[in-house]
Design a protein around this ligand. Structure first.
Ligand code: G3I
Ligand code: 9MR
Length: 562
């Protein structure tokens, strides 16, 4: 009988590239040697010595690292420690993250709104059409003379935001920006990178095809009469845990917001650059995107401070809206991002005027409400094509990106799990796994600028974190690894009658805030995670969390296989 694996040996449960660093974190391990063997065999193929014991004050555990980077032979292995414990099996293989990269992109297909998913592409998860969104009501908070309350608007397609069935422009902003950036950073690799979706046989890269599904919805969120953009398309209250085709509640577009307009302006400007490369497949779409972008920007200039505050709206008009708020109250970074994308796309000085004063500001890690660095990444990507004025500022932007990455990698090798996900409170928020993934993206940006491989290795360490080298022992992507989430807060996974969750989704991750009030085994930052459906604060899925996972896994494949 095969010996049962311990979840106290934490490692990337998929495995490692032959030439890359290979680390496992052993909790409560004895000192001494460890070995690598084939699963079920005791013959040592590699022998090493575990590192010194490190106390992790956050969790109270003692951790020792096993480093087997020197072992490069492809194959399937387990790690055995001095106490005779055995890890989950893992691979040493080129393209070791290709499967998870594909699945992470495919997750967006499963989230598609207003379409049936046939078995040919969705397999066991095929489902009939839900939420057509062709007859959406203008909510009283969004009423204008041209579109009074109750006007019907058609805004089909898009992706379900998360475990819920609503569509939020602000959260689509960073999601689309990240996926577009992946294409712009790795165009060659993306051209051959395929998911199996209805569009796979057309001439567009699948990453672009997938983003088009959401882009077309977003374009319909702009009010053609004034250029403003509705904050979200939503039910009044969350749907129950039921399949999309069974839902019947009315859907609304709610108040326009400056955040939505600016995020919309940023991604349509970026879309326009990308779609210009495909004039024959998508005639006119690039130009439409740029026009939409400019109109949204102009609306924002005329309405620079329209914040979305759900509580205030609910005091004034009915029906009350209780779905996700995405209520960013500081729009400085959205201005910078939109200005950067419009500037790179058009070279017009008016955008640079807005952008230039902000370029003195340091780069912060991106999240749905902090998008300034996305603008910096874009300036970095197009540095050689910038107009002269911006060329002169380029060294400052470069400095900001490298400073962000330097901060992330500072001392990461001394961390108990040897990743950039230090136990700092800023890391362990709602959606902490997206923090880890976005750190990985920032590190890859720094690697692309500097060629310094240490940044790449630190980014890979964060991918190892997400796939198992963390204090919970989970591989946080559904359907991958030996111990993955089984019960995400995800209506599609919960209501479909299939035991396994939909594959390729990154769950939110440890969040000591535990705002869902569910039962958690641990409350410390690094382990406040529970694989329960009820746990929307630690175990939901979301498009903005999967996007940096797609970026990180695809970028690793593109770079490691070069
Ligand atoms: O901004 C403060 C920060 O100053 C403070 O240090 C920190 C400490 O906890 O909290 C920060 O605010 C947090 C905010 O996100 C900004 O990051 C709140 O605590 C936290 O509750 C809030 O969580 C958001 C959550 O919605 C609740 O509003 C998540 O970021 C956001 O991803 C999540 O998004 C939901 C949608 O509303 C609905 N659809 C599902 C989606 C995913 O769960
Ligand atoms: O399912 C909702 C999830 O998408 C949100 O992130 C979360 C926080 O806004 O709310 C979830 O919905 C819950 C609601 O807030 C309270 N009643 C139970 C709902 C879960 O079914």
């Amino acid at each position: 009988l095969a010996q049962q694996a311990t979840d106290s040996i934490r490692l990337n449960q998929l495995g490692f590239y032959p030439k890359a660093p290979k680390i496992a974190a052993l909790v409560g391990a004895k000192p001494g040697t460890f070995t690598l063997t084939a699963p079920g065999s005791e013959r040592a193929l590699f022998t090493g010595t575990v590192g010194a014991k490190q106390h992790n004050p956050g969790t109270g555990e003692d951790v020792r690292l096993a480093d087997f980077s020197a072992f490069t032979t492809p194959g399937t292995y387990v790690l055995r420690d001095a106490g005779g414990r055995v890890s989950y099996p893992f691979q040493i293989q080129r393209r070791v993250h290709e499967g998870v990269a594909r699945a992470a992109l495919k997750s967006y297909y499963y989230q598609r709104v207003s379409t049936a998913l046939p078995a040919l592409y969705a397999g066991r998860w095929s489902r009939p059409l839900g939420h057509p969104d062709t007859q959406v009501l203008v909510h009283a908070s969004a009423a204008t003379a041209q579109r009074p309350t109750g006007t019907l608007v058609s805004a089909p397609r898009g992706w379900y935001d998360a475990g819920d069935y609503n569509k939020y422009v602000v959260n689509s902003g960073i999601t689309m920006g990240t996926l577009f950036s992946l294409y712009e950073d790795f165009p060659t690799y993306c051209r051959t990178f395929r998911e199996e979706v209805p569009e796979s046989s057309n001439r567009l890269p699948d990453v672009v095809d997938e983003t088009l599904w959401n882009l077309r919805w977003m374009l319909a969120m702009q009010d053609p009469t004034d250029g403003g953009v509705y904050h979200k398309l939503t039910n009044a209250a969350f749907d129950g845990m039921e399949m999309p085709a069974l839902t019947t509640k009315p859907r609304y577009v709610v108040q326009k917001s400056t955040a939505a307009a600016l995020d919309f302006a940023a991604i349509t400007a970026q879309a326009s650059r990308i779609l210009k490369q495909f004039p024959r497949q998508l005639p006119g779409l690039a130009d439409s995107c740029l026009q939409a972008s400019v109109r949204a920007w102009q609306w924002a200039q005329a309405h620079p401070q329209v914040l979305y505050r759900q509580a205030d709206i609910n005091k004034q008009v009915d029906p009350d809206i209780s779905t996700g708020e995405y209520g960013d109250q500081d729009l400085h970074d959205e201005w910078v991002w939109a200005a950067a994308e419009l500037y790179v796309t058009t070279s017009q000085p008016q955008y640079y005027q807005v952008l230039q004063p902000a370029l003195a500001e340091s780069a912060k890690l991106p999240s749905w409400n902090q998008v300034q660095a996305l603008g910096y990444y874009t300036l970095a990507r197009f540095r050689s094509q910038l107009p002269a004025a911006a060329q002169a500022q380029w060294p400052t932007v470069r400095k900001h990106i490298l400073a962000l990455a330097d901060e992330l990698r500072a001392g990461y090798e001394q961390q108990p799990y040897q990743t950039a996900m230090t136990k700092s409170a800023a890391n362990f928020v709602w959606g902490s796994n997206a923090t880890a993934a976005n750190q990985g993206v920032a590190l890859i940006q720094a690697y692309r600028l500097s060629g310094d491989k240490q940044y790449l290795q630190c980014a890979l360490a964060n991918l190892d974190y997400l796939l198992g080298r963390n204090a919970t022992g989970y591989c946080f992507v559904t359907g991958f690894g030996s111990k993955a989430p089984q019960h995400p807060h995800h209506r599609l996974s919960e209501a479909d009658g299939i035991a396994e969750p939909l594959p390729g989704f990154l769950v939110g991750g440890p969040n000591p805030g535990r705002q869902d009030g569910c039962q958690y085994l641990f409350s410390d930052a690094e382990r406040a995670y529970t694989d329960e459906v009820c746990s929307y604060a630690s175990n939901e899925v979301a498009i903005n969390w999967n996007a940096p996972l797609v970026y990180l896994t695809v970028a690793m494949e593109a770079l490691q296989n070069d």
